[in-house]
Design a protein around this ligand. Structure first.
Ligand SMILES: *Cc1c(COP(=O)(O)O)cnc(C)c1O
Length: 416
């Protein structure tokens, strides 16, 4: 039987444990929501002060050149690249995940439409349980295009082989499901799409910085993802878009703003896309927010995705074991796969009063979140989550459940 002392021993041997000190976490909080908003790297406060006081305040407009503001989307993209198996010059940090998905979808449909062998394909395959914005963006784009594109929504990953027919233009999937924590086999799934002549777009919102990703070897065509979740970039920090080198020449996206122009300061009246990944950019970036992304990436560069993955699996295994043994009397249902290969870095349990129980946990300093229907989500971030945190969180959960210390009539907040 695992005890709290065992957890403390594991923390003492954990090579990642010292990294926790690089984050500013409030006392008395066990933060299990890094899958939704990563914790703040201490360095981001100093960086924000530098950007605001020195680069903006003192150096003013000179900072576009002198402080490298103009190059930031590409420089941060190159810093992020090794974490997702991308090469230099394949990724930019910019805009939001939703907006980047719009660009990726539009560009991928265009690549298919201009390929004589695939130009009649009108189906985009995705999952009904995908994060809603992914489905909404695809719906919005296809409605706007008005060329007969339809979405084919699968209800489980097992349905994928049958759903990707020779009418499929694209497959758009989220690598780690935001609700269940299910992780796709990127390589096998990309190969399946390609075998049917479809392109594949991966959303890495719950993967980047959380699980090892190899976009190159995984056969992905395009990818997008968040920096404010496991990459600890800050609330609403700009997202990223990756385009495989071989598609970059054909990559044409409709948000053809001046930052994607071959010579933005030529001020030419006609759009001419930049070479390479810069053509994925649109307009002027939120520099203060963008600059902070570097602080989160810098913490990641002090370890490896393999070390992060090993600890993530150990933390999620421990959490599942402790919840199932110590809260066995309560109606909790594990939603996340037990199989390591199909697990991301968060664990979800259902409870008939999931919202109320999560509200009680948050009240007691254990911060996870709630997703419909009846799902309590607990995110594990190996950079700052300890084994003792897992123990303590489960003990507080057990106490709340044993004493039924939650209010089923609690009014819901706008953000759950
Ligand atoms: C978090 C998340 C998003 C968020 O998109 P925004 O444009 O940043 O609001 C999109 N897709 C998935 C799969 C997510 O998990």
């Amino acid at each position: 039987m695992t005890t709290r002392n065992h957890c403390l021993e594991r923390d003492a041997q954990d090579l990642l444990a010292p990294l926790r000190d690089q984050f500013d976490l409030p006392a008395g909080v066990i933060y299990l929501d890094g899958n939704s908003l990563g914790a703040r790297p201490k360095a981001s406060l100093t960086r924000a002060q530098q950007v605001i006081a020195q680069e903006w305040g003192h150096d003013l407009i000179r900072s576009w050149n002198a402080a490298g503001w103009f190059e930031l989307p590409k420089r941060l993209g190159n810093l992020l690249a090794p974490l997702i198996g991308a090469a230099d010059g394949e990724v930019v940090v910019t805009d939001t995940t939703s907006v980047n998905l719009f660009k990726a979808l539009a560009a991928a449909l265009h690549i298919q439409a201009t390929d004589a062998a695939h130009s009649r394909r009108r189906v985009i395959v995705t999952e009904r349980s995908n994060f809603p914005t992914d489905i909404y963006m695809a719906e919005g784009l296809t409605r706007w295009l008005d060329r007969g594109y339809t979405l084919r929504l699968i209800d489980s990953p097992d349905e994928l082989p049958a759903a990707i027919g020779d009418d499929a233009a694209l497959v758009m999937l989220t690598h780690v499901n935001y609700r269940t924590g299910y992780q796709y086999d990127m390589q096998a799934t990309s190969a399946l799409a390609h075998a049917h002549g479809a392109l594949i777009i991966w959303d890495l919102a719950h993967s980047a910085g959380a699980v090892p990703v190899d976009l190159q070897a995984g056969g992905a065509d395009l990818a997008v993802g968040c920096t404010y979740k496991y990459l600890n970039g800050g609330p609403g920090a700009p997202a990223f878009i990756w385009v495989r080198q071989k598609h970059q020449q054909a990559f044409q996206q409709p948000l053809s703003g001046w930052w994607g122009h071959a010579a933005p300061f030529a001020m030419a009246p006609a759009f001419q896309p930049a070479d390479g990944i810069a053509r994925a950019l649109c307009g002027t970036q939120p520099i203060v927010s963008l600059a902070l992304v570097e602080c989160g990436l810098n913490v990641h560069h002090q370890t490896s995705m393999d070390a992060i993955r090993a600890k993530s699996l150990a933390l999620t295994d421990l959490f599942i074991e402790l919840v199932e043994s110590r809260c066995a009397a309560h109606p909790l249902g594990l939603v996340t796969p037990r199989d390591h290969a199909h697990r991301g870095s968060h664990v979800s349990f259902t409870h008939p009063h999931g919202y109320a129980v999560m509200a009680a946990l948050i009240q007691r300093g254990v911060i996870g979140d709630y997703r419909e229907p009846a799902i309590m989500r607990f995110g594990f971030t190996p950079l700052y989550t300890s084994y003792a945190d897992v123990w303590d969180a489960v003990e507080i959960l057990r106490d709340i459940l044993d004493r039924q210390d939650y209010n089923v009539d609690a009014k819901r907040d706008a953000v759950t």
